[in-house]
Design a protein around this ligand. Structure first.
Ligand SMILES: [Zn+2]
Length: 209
């Protein structure tokens, strides 16, 4: 064995020793943490009650009203769809928790600006009435009625705009009317929300500010 070989040997041993000291289990965990999202069939770890928007309150929708997914890895997210509940906050939560309803949005914004999250953004919520639009979007409900202008308060606009700004930032969605749309603009829909009283200019201004 030459001196060079000896040095290499010691070096290899040193590297091996370091690995052993860290522990193979810890290394494997570390490796998984960096690679798991590339592995097919490996779901992102989820924490019960976790929300995607800080300050939102978690209330789980019925699992019949969304499909588990791993967005944006399986479906790119490039739209935010604005809805109006056509009823109270309580009635919206009730139907979203009803497995027979067949629909639910990711978020509900109340008149006073409080935000509830019912479905993780990872998952495909059934809110747009169209499969491709469900897969590509985050759905936000607003408490109120399309034909009642007083439904849409400043607190609601401000709070919803902060939420949409965060979503756009997260997925690189441009803040414009091509990407932030009303349910009425989903191809093939017969829904009219958010209706003529929803102030798009004001909403986009707030999202940008
Ligand atoms: Zn709608």
């Amino acid at each position: 064995m030459s001196d060079t070989d000896r040095r290499l040997g010691r070096r290899a041993l040193f590297v091996g020793g370091t690995a052993a000291a860290v522990g193979t289990a810890a290394l494997a965990r570390e490796e998984l943490r960096h690679l798991w999202w590339r592995l097919p069939g490996v779901e992102r770890p989820r924490v019960a009650g976790a929300v995607d928007f800080r300050g939102a309150r978690w209330v789980a929708a019925s699992s019949a009203n969304y499909r588990r997914a791993d967005r944006p890895d399986d479906y790119p997210v490039d739209r935010v769809v604005v809805h109006v509940t056509q009823g109270s906050y309580a009635s919206a939560v009730k139907v979203f928790q009803d497995p027979a309803h067949g629909a639910a949005a990711h978020y509900i914004v109340r008149k006073d600006g409080r935000i509830t999250q019912l479905i993780r953004e990872l998952d495909v919520a059934f809110h747009a009435g169209e499969r491709a639009y469900n897969e590509r979007s985050v759905g936000i409900e607003h408490e109120g009625f399309v034909d009642d202008a007083s439904s849409f308060t400043d607190a609601m606009y401000s709070s919803s705009a902060r939420l949409t700004a965060a979503i756009c930032g997260r997925y690189g969605i441009p803040v414009d009317r091509e990407h932030i749309i009303g349910h009425v603009e989903v191809p093939g829909t017969d829904h009219t929300d958010p209706g003529p009283h929803w102030d798009w200019e004001r909403y986009l201004q707030k999202i940008k500010s």
